[in-house]
Design a protein around this ligand. Structure first.
Ligand code: ACO
Length: 374
């Protein structure tokens, strides 16, 4: 029996994908051949989803048609809404989202059909409806009735309207849309790999992405954006960063929003989010949070050699946009839904069961002992 791969499968190349590429040493992220720095300033979230699903950028008419198709799919099954209303009041949004996605899978007309055509239809519904589910969760917990989608609005604009009850500014909607694009796909990250494992059993699309939501929820993965914001609020003031970090280092605490399994240099997504954070926090009169972030970053790099990841500056972007902290990770899921669904389609198109082995390190050769002699 060969020895196990490194703990946490570090460095293991588990399979192939043509969706996204990461060079962790050079800090490069590529979606379907396009460097993220090409896409981030120029491409909308739906456009990036089209790219990921089709392997090429859309022409204008194709993008228009794609957006109309998605917009027509935003309305939830009413039984999903009823299910969300029935959840205990203390249910955290990521758990409610996991349940909402799972319920949509129960009611989906293509539920048990894994054909390429059905998978594409389900992927469209999932990307279109994830924002609707999150907005509904947010309304329901405030004792409000969920709002119906408005297909004349873009996906991001409609999310803001459905969540807040009023439209967002163009700038806020654009910023949100850009974060979704930056969250879209990232190789075999934990949640995507979870999706692929489920898909590889020939499990259906909704089962796979429900598993993805569960994996994303953890604070070592998507949950880090909310945790990073709580850290900044706990620090409270730029002057406190030094003493706070001294304590955190002494206690060997992990600083949320820093570090990455693959990137050993600047996360290219953080480059965009840092600048967005600078501009948006300043506009919102919350510049001290950007200042605190920079101080944290400087010391983490100079003393630990650890860079911020995608979640660190996204936290202050969302804070400046006035988004409740427990919706940060659900928003990550809206972006990553485009990636998860693409990976399920890629897996199903050329499938083999994913089934690694375990290196057994337990006892052997024990003999059964009758109950009254143990
Ligand atoms: N704060 C302080 N120290 C850290 C951090 C951090 N955020 N991240 C890594 N380190 C240190 C570890 O303590 C460890 O030090 P040691 O060798 O002295 O014990 C060393 O760096 C290696 O850390 P690991 O946890 O083994 O690295 P791994 O590759 O397993 O973990 C991970 C990567 C989980 C992202 C880690 O950096 C972490 O926990 N970060 C905080 C959570 C976070 O931000 N997650 C979001 C990641 S991005 C995403 O999923 C979208």
């Amino acid at each position: 029996m060969t020895a196990a791969a490194g703990k946490g499968l570090e460095g293991v190349v588990a399979s192939q994908t043509s969706l996204s590429f990461i060079d962790g040493l050079k800090g490069i992220l590529v979606y379907r051949g396009y460097n993220i720095h090409e896409l981030a300033p120029n491409v909308s979230f739906p456009e990036s989803v089209f790219l990921l699903w089709n392997g090429r950028l859309p022409r204008r008419s194709e993008l228009d048609e794609f957006e109309v198709t998605l917009a027509a799919q935003r309305t939830l099954d009413p039984r999903t809404v009823e299910g969300l209303k029935g959840l205990p009041a203390e249910t955290v949004p990521m758990s409610a989202l996991r349940t909402g996605i799972s319920l949509e899978g129960v009611y989906d007309p293509d539920a048990e059909d894994n054909s390429a055509e059905a998978n594409r239809r389900k992927a469209e519904r999932l990307v279109a409806r994830t924002p609707t589910i999150i907005a509904a969760i947010h309304r329901i917990r405030q004792g409000l009735e969920p709002l119906d989608p408005d297909p004349s609005l873009s996906l991001s604009a409609d999310f803001v309207r459905m969540a807040n009850g009023e439209p967002g500014t163009d700038e806020a909607v654009d910023a949100l849309d850009r974060t979704l694009l930056l969250y879209l796909d990232h190789g075999f990250n934990a949640s995507t790999f979870a999706c692929r494992v489920i898909a590889a059993t020939l499990g259906d699309m909704h089962s796979a992405v429900t598993g993805g939501v569960g994996a994303l929820k953890g604070e070592l993965h998507g949950g880090a954006n909310a945790r990073a914001m709580h850290t900044l609020l706990e620090i409270g003031d730029p002057e406190n960063v030094g003493p706070w970090l001294d304590r955190a280092f002494a206690e060997k605490r992990k600083i949320m929003g820093f570090g990455h399994r693959v990137y050993k240099t600047e996360d290219p997504r953080a480059t965009h989010l840092r600048e967005m954070s600078r501009v948006l926090t300043q506009q919102a009169g919350l510049g001290k949070f950007y200042e605190m972030s920079r101080k944290l970053e400087d010391r983490m790099i100079s003393e630990k050699g650890i860079n911020p990841n995608v979640d660190f500056y996204c936290a202050t972007v969302y804070y400046a946009l006035g988004i409740p902290i427990d919706l940060y990770t659900p928003l990550f899921a809206i972006g990553r839904m485009g990636g998860w669904t693409a990976h399920v389609m890629e897996q199903h198109a050329d499938n083999r069961l994913i089934r690694p082995r375990a290196e057994y390190v337990g006892e052997m050769d024990l003999r059964w002992v009758p109950m009254d002699e143990r």
